[in-house]
Design a protein around this ligand. Structure first.
Ligand SMILES: [Zn+2]
Length: 109
């Protein structure tokens, strides 16, 4: 249905794999596991914060754009929207030793 609508409106359509779009940071690409009840994306690597679904949507957009040859997968469309001023650190950011986020990064995945 979406492909038909896009063709009718003269725009691009690209189906992308949704796998990993929730885990991957739309800003830096680092993957962090989070349980379903965690509704916010908070990147331990680059401090990018967004609603969980908004982060996933940015990843879907990025995959779609690179699929149709626009932009670059590593570029972060959200980065320009980030305030350059102060930031707060909340409890979600604290990563405990032995957590999946740390062991994944340590193993190089
Ligand atoms: Zn990040």
């Amino acid at each position: 249905m979406l492909a038909y609508k896009c063709e009718r409106e003269g725009t691009y359509f690209a189906a992308v794999r949704p796998h990993g779009t929730t885990k991957k940071c739309a800003c830096c690409g680092v993957e962090t596991d989070k349980p379903l009840w965690v509704r916010e994306h908070s990147c331990p690597a680059c401090d990018f914060e967004a609603d969980r679904d908004a982060n996933a949507a940015l990843n879907v957009l990025s995959r779609g754009l690179s699929k149709v040859g626009v932009g670059h997968a590593e570029s972060a469309p959200a980065e320009t929207a980030l305030p350059a001023s102060t930031r707060t650190v909340d409890a979600k950011r604290v990563v405990e030793p032995g957590s999946p986020a740390l062991s994944e990064r340590a193993s190089g995945r």
